[in-house]
Design a protein around this ligand. Structure first.
Ligand code: ADP
Ligand code: ZN
Length: 435
């Protein structure tokens, strides 16, 4: 058996095999969805029935499901099984109204653990590795999701959970942690604390694999994390609505994220017109779950923007590859009529070796005009040479202008100046007056 695959039968399927399986699973899912009061009504309102789904293309007959639908049916209205069959729920924070709830049966949790194990195996982790998870546990799916996946693979797991960096580092050293899951902003923080403590990750730890995800980050940030910690870092994408982590993951080629098409049907649509975008173009990721029991979602609009990458991957998996996420459609900054993603700014900043990984973009209204300020922390502040600093600010401003076509005000600040967040990093503060 080829040792590269956790689940060779599904991982190495050819395109025709994938598509045959998808149609079968889609038809079963749609029939099953008729147990959901929400989908039953949706189908009736749109005059469609499960029998109308005769090909994968017929998926387009089904209306989209949105986050608003999840909120309106809060908490259990989309479920396709009675509540007694469910064994867990996860819920998002709900900062903008009702939180969303995702229900799982035991079978769902099992499939989820298999998907995460498949991802971790894909990047070379094996029984014998020590896997430490610095995600928050609880409602956030990055905790339990990786926990069960890493156990399924057979690694010794260290459920360190979020925060307390000194303790995190002690675990890494004492337990011989070889693999760590962290959000990218935390991976950088960890390295800073290592430096303060005189820990050399290459000399003093056994870390060699990082799994980074949960927030948008650029290729530059990934390379930085790899160089700092002396590891390979793999991009991990997931979301609570689709279970959590394990949806799409990079293989050792690091050339985009394979999305598991035996679990999901992928569409990329124009977020305005909702029409499919031409192959390879940027658009909103729309996902249909095809092996979920408690709460399948049909054509779910994720709001994440990405594109399908062309070509075959040398790793032998034919599951399509997604480009790294640009961010969510609602993260997009519109400044002076120009559309900007924070990740574009990050990409430029990370090319300057003088800069640390912490930055904050502030949007403000100055004399009735929109303005952008980019505060970025220096690795070391050599305040004695103002001319050097001024030149650096100027150069960063110029490079940012080339990328985003507006001229931000750039301010270099010393380490520790910017506010730190416990979970996902907050990169944009919008203080603009709304006219
Ligand atoms: P919340 O919605 O509260 O942030 P989730 O954990 O469900 O909680 O977040 C999922 C979202 O996180 C995705 O929809 C996406 O926007 C973002 N995300 C997850 N993984 C990545 C990644 N590897 N790259 C970029 N964004 C990611
Ligand atoms: Zn691959």
């Amino acid at each position: 058996m080829d040792n590269r695959y956790f689940n060779p039968e599904f991982e190495t399927m050819t395109r025709p095999q994938i598509e045959r399986l998808q149609l079968e699973r889609l038809q079963a899912t749609v029939r099953h969805c008729m147990n959901s009061p929400f989908y039953k009504r949706r189908f009736a309102e749109n005059g469609i029935s499960p029998d109308d789904i005769k090909s994968l293309d017929d998926l387009k007959k089904i209306p989209f499901t949105t986050k608003a639908d999840l909120r309106e049916t809060y908490p259990f209205g989309i479920a396709s099984v009675p509540l007694e069959k469910c064994v867990r729920l996860h819920s998002s924070s709900g900062t903008t109204g009702n939180p969303t709830v995702i229900l799982h049966t035991q079978k769902d949790l099992d499939q989820w653990a298999n998907a995460v194990a498949r991802c971790l195996w894909m990047v070379g982790l094996r029984p014998g590795d020590v896997f430490q998870n610095s995600s928050g546990y609880g409602m956030f799916t990055g905790g339990l999701g990786f926990q069960y996946g890493a156990e399924r693979l057979g690694m010794l797991t260290v459920p360190a959970a979020a925060g307390n960096t000194l303790r995190q580092l002690k675990f890494i050293k004492d337990f011989g942690t070889t693999a760590l899951h962290a959000i990218p902003s935390y991976a950088s923080r960890l390295f800073e604390v290592m430096q303060q403590e005189g820990i050399d990750p290459r000399r003093d730890t056994k870390l060699r694999t990082l799994v980074i995800g949960a927030e948008p980050h650029s290729e530059e940030t990934r390379r930085r994390i790899e160089d700092m910690l002396g590891v390979k870092a793999y991009n991990s994408f997931g979301m609570s609505e689709m279970c959590g982590p394990g949806v799409a993951f990079e293989c050792p080629e690091q050339n985009g994220l394979h999305i598991w098409e035996d679990y999901y049907i992928v569409e990329i649509v124009d977020p305005e017109t909702l029409e499919p975008v031409p192959d390879g173009e940027l658009g909103e990721l729309v996902l249909t779950t095809i092996n979920r029991e408690a709460m399948p979602l049909l054509r779910y609009r994720t709001r994440d923007l990405t594109r399908i990458l062309p070509g075959e991957c040398p790793c032998g998996r034919h599951h399509i590859r997604l480009d790294r996420m640009q961010g969510r459609s609602d993260d997009m900054i519109i400044l002076k009529g120009v559309n900007i993603f924070p990740i574009q700014i990050e990409k430029i900043l990370m090319q300057f070796s003088e800069l640390s990984s912490d930055y904050l973009i502030t949007l403000d209204t100055l004399a009735d005009n929109d303005a952008m300020t980019v505060d970025v922390e220096m690795k070391q502040m050599a305040v004695d040479d103002f001319r050097v600093l001024a030149n650096l600010e100027k150069e960063i401003t110029r490079r940012l202008h080339d990328e985003i076509l507006v001229t931000p005000r750039v301010r270099l600040v010393s380490k520790g100046t910017l506010p730190q967040s416990e979970g996902k990093a907050v990169r944009v503060k919008d203080l603009r007056k709304k006219f």
